[in-house]
Ligand binder design. Structure first.
Ligand code: ARG
Length: 287
């Protein structure tokens, strides 16, 4: 298989190969223009572009402390393209491009595909009729050798099995049952050393049982509704910090006690579209 490579590498400073690479997309045309999740209700036209830009730059600076930030060019008319977690799912040299459930986001697919191809990934064919929203719904565990795949809101029930066939790694489907937590990354966050921060009521009983079977009790950090509504689970596990929109002092302490350094980056404008820190990023270097 070919290794991902940077086509512009020659013109740039040499990459530090030990640093992660993370994809972001500037919020040039970001706004709420349609409603495809409950957070977007009553928010059409209500974002403040200058504040969104400032919040996004702040997040990018935080990410850049731990990773090389790659950027994909935003396209006019695609206000949700900033949420690069939904570009696709990356593992090693394989990229699976998302197949969006909402018509409004489907035009992002060829743009993300072109990005992955230009970066040298093997773009795996995905069964066209099955919605799958990439790393918004598919998250790699950092302890067990499994990938978790949320379904039932955006990605279809068939998505976990289809993903498993492509990547050849065990994929465990988790059924999402609360429309506020419509992507897995809004309520479930695998952290380094096998830790898991999650909001249990977002899942059905069988899915909660599946989580408990894989993740040992002492590594499960259950969060409450107030922290879930702050999108605390929508966190980016970076080398230097765990970046998130907000978290209660109690949750921040639990994270510190577990050896993590919470870093708060307010993302109010993106919350109006139903996304925050993790949604705005995609890890490109995954082994
Ligand atoms: N407005 C976007 C949507 O509903 C937000 C996507 C958030 N992305 C995520 N990975 N949770 O599709």
């Amino acid at each position: 298989m070919t290794q991902p490579h940077d086509l512009h590498g020659a013109a740039r400073a040499p990459h530090d190969e030990t640093r992660q690479r993370i994809l972001m997309c500037a919020p040039d045309d970001f706004d709420v223009r349609y409603v495809i999740n409950p957070w977007m209700e009553h928010q059409i036209g209500r974002t403040t572009p200058s504040l969104a830009r400032e919040q996004w730059r702040n997040l990018r600076a935080l990410v850049a402390q731990s990773a090389e930030v790659e950027q994909v060019t935003p396209a006019a008319g695609l206000p949700d393209m900033v949420f690069t977690a939904n570009a696709g799912f990356v593992l090693g040299a394989i990229a699976v491009v998302s197949r969006f459930r909402a018509e409004q986001r489907r035009p992002e697919e060829p743009l993300f595909r072109a990005f992955f191809e230009a970066q040298g990934y093997d773009v795996a064919p995905w069964p066209e009729p099955i919605p799958f929203e990439g790393a918004g719904d598919a998250l790699i565990d950092r302890g067990a050798d499994v990938v978790w795949c949320g379904y039932g809101m955006r990605s279809a029930a068939e998505a976990p099995a289809a993903l498993e066939r492509i990547i050849g790694r065990r994929v465990i489907g988790l059924r999402l049952v609360d429309p506020r937590f419509y992507h897995l990354d809004t309520c479930f966050c695998p952290l380094a050393r096998g830790w898991l921060m999650y909001y249990p009521p977002a899942f059905d009983d069988a899915s909660r049982a599946a989580i408990e079977k894989i993740v040992p009790r002492e590594k499960r950090m259950e969060i409450d509704e107030a922290d879930a509504m702050r999108f605390a689970c929508n966190a980016i596990d970076l080398d230097a910090s765990v970046a998130m929109n907000d978290a209660s002092p109690q949750l921040q302490k639990r994270l510190r006690d577990a050896g993590f350094a919470p870093a708060l980056a307010p993302l109010s404008e993106f919350m109006k579209a139903g996304g925050s820190a993790k949604c705005l990023t995609l890890k490109l270097s995954e082994r």
